[in-house]
Design a binder for this molecule. Sequence first.
Ligand code: B12
Ligand code: SF4
Ligand code: SF4
Length: 363
Amino acid sequence: MLGGPEELIQRALELGFDDAGIVKLGPQHDWSRQLDEFLALGRHGSMDWLARRTNERSNPRNLWPEARSALMVAANYASSHDVFEELSHEDEGYLSVYARRKDYHDVLKKKLRQLAREYADLGHQVKLFVDTAPLMEKPLAMAAGLGWQGKHTNLVSQNFGSWLFLGALLTDAELSPSPSEQDHCGSCQACMDICPTKAIPAAYQLDAVRCLAYLSIEYKGVIAPEFRAPMGNRIYGCDDCLAICPWNKFAVISHGERAQLRGAKLRQLVRLNDQEFRSFFAGTPIKRTGRDAFVRNVLIAIANGGLQDAWPDVYALCRDDNPVVRAHAVACLKILDVPRGQDMLQSLRVGESDARVLGEFDR
Ligand code: B12
Ligand code: SF4
Ligand code: SF4
């Protein structure tokens, strides 16, 4: 019978989740102090949606007052490839591990929907959430015993290391809880030390505006010069803090990584127009960031790699319709320092009126 907590967890595992646990929701599941502090410090940057519905986000029972329990689920996405080795290939774009597969929102939601249907048939009310709802999934997953929030702020598991997606199913049923997990970071601070932009100012805190995952995915403007060199060849997301975690020695390699999303050549990616971008990244989370922000990231990586022979494509992008792309193409052309580059820049400057692009000419 699906009704009991053990059976619900067992059914989640049968449906293909790698781990699951239950939280009995109570007054202790309120993270308003931490969320308010994060927002007051402006650490959400342009993610305005994080600052909306904060009352609901900080406490699941504010999101849905009838909720009594949460089933938290996790799906493993560990890669068989070495992240740090991939970061050393200057002519290839590094796409973060989570994005090299079918969009996890779709995959997790499909399985959770099935579980929700079966559970609702027993007469319970249920609501499911993956990522986008105002629900703080990491502390809830910790309370459900799936792992602990590491110093990089993501959930770390003794069985899967740092490579887990999370999802939640809230219900009005009163279920007995799974044992919660303890912090096992100890004196380690490898994730804080390795962060290329020092985005983890203190243990268990992330300054998202410095995080390359935020800058390369969520932020759509001109990326400040101080973050460009640290981006290296990371053109979508960043995994350094996850990949260095010693608990990954227990990670289990997952299936579903798309081979063409590793080692893609920057010289080809920079040429993608909107339609080609959509079709190359169809079905992955990368498509949501849009061609313009993506090409911006590729231009930064080309500059970092000193790929001088890419200059004709970079030069063409100095006339792109999007001013952010133009600004980064100009910055890239300057760094590549090609013969007659000064003449090219001078002629490009004529007729340019966008302050962000002019700023790059003058830097
Ligand atoms: C906004 C967001 C981002 C933002 C901000 C990240 C952040 N850490 O807040 C950006 C764009 C930077 C981002 C990046 C990434 N994200 Co994201 N993101 C989210 C989202 C939508 C909301 C997170 C949130 O509420 N942030 C607000 C802050 C306040 O929350 P917080 O970090 O949890 O805050 C806690 C700490 O401050 C802590 N705290 C403060 N002081 C102290 C002191 C102690 C002692 C302790 C223990 C705790 C503590 O208390 C707070 C509550 O626990 C969640 C999905 C969701 N709905 O939960 C996914 C989510 C967190 N992201 C995810 C992933 C995979 C990533 C990336 C790895 C993607 C990538 N490779 O590029 C990176 C990782 C970067 C990193 N080091 O965090 C996964 C993480 C899975 C996991 N194993 O934890 C989630 C859960 C999505 C999912 N459904 O799977 N993300
Ligand atoms: S994802 Fe990258 S930039 Fe962001 S905190 Fe981790 S190591 Fe730093
Ligand atoms: S790298 Fe170290 S400090 Fe960071 S999450 Fe892993 S165990 Fe914790």
